[in-house]
Design a protein around this ligand. Structure first.
Ligand SMILES: [Fe+2]
Length: 240
């Protein structure tokens, strides 16, 4: 069976604080046409946690192999772009590490091009860059990725909306409560100010939690640190 009930005692005792609407994208965002299809037309109702939240995917690590913890390459196979080390920690609502979480990461190349048939951006592909990784958080909830900094790209069929450099994350914890799909941004990027997805989060503090922290002194790579909070009031905004 693909999914099973894991009604773990510690999970069922948890009283999850409701998410603050100001820290999560809400409703239809002007300028971001896809939100009209992603937001329910009816008002939301609160209900208690059940099997749908306290169960989770089984044996993910067996079914989906860990892949590509290193995206930048070396020597002649080195991807074009600034080398970065990304240190991410996955935590729950109390700041406790979500050990064993499966984290899928993807981003475009330094020219702003994804390896995907839907990417119509007129930018060059990089033969040495694929752009996707799948990693398992260690006992302290940490994952590390060596890659290149992604470029900005224009969003098709919009009036000049450019996405700032960003990295996509999909997190699978042990239960559905720990499911998170979000994006990470880079500090100091002017396009952060005008990005409809980042600015769909109204609370400035919650927005700044989506932006990685630069750690000086990384040597040959720029080092960034980031935290993903999978649930609770301080949960990272869900940014598909
Ligand atoms: Fe993207």
């Amino acid at each position: 069976m693909w999914f099973t009930v894991q009604r773990m005692e510690e999970e069922s005792r948890i009283r999850i604080e409701p998410r603050d609407p100001a820290t999560q994208p809400q409703g239809v965002v002007q300028g971001y046409a896809q939100t009209t299809q992603r937001w329910p037309a009816q008002p939301l109702h609160r209900r208690s946690l059940g099997v749908s939240e306290l169960s989770g995917p089984r044996e993910l690590q067996r079914r989906l192999a860990r892949a590509r913890g290193e995206l930048a390459g070396d020597g002649e196979k080195r991807a074009i772009g600034q080398l970065i080390h990304l240190r991410t920690t996955v935590v729950d609502e109390d700041g406790a590490p979500v050990a064993g979480a499966m984290v899928e990461i993807w981003h475009c190349n330094a020219a702003g091009k994804y390896i995907h048939p839907n990417d119509r951006h007129d930018a060059p592909a990089d033969p040495n860059f694929y752009g996707a990784a799948r990693l398992i958080a260690d006992e302290r909830g940490r994952i590390e990725l060596r890659t290149i900094k992604p470029g900005a790209y224009p969003v098709p069929d919009t009036d000049g909306w450019w996405r700032p450099p960003h990295i996509h994350f999909s997190v699978w914890g042990r239960v559905w409560l720990s499911r998170l799909v979000t994006q990470m941004f880079f500090p100091g990027e002017p396009l952060n100010e005008t990005d409809h997805i980042l600015n769909a989060v109204r609370d400035p503090q919650a927005r700044s939690a989506c932006i990685a922290r630069f750690l000086p002194g990384g040597g040959s790579a720029l080092v960034f640190e980031h935290q993903l909070v999978v649930r609770g009031r301080r949960a990272s905004p869900a940014l598909p």
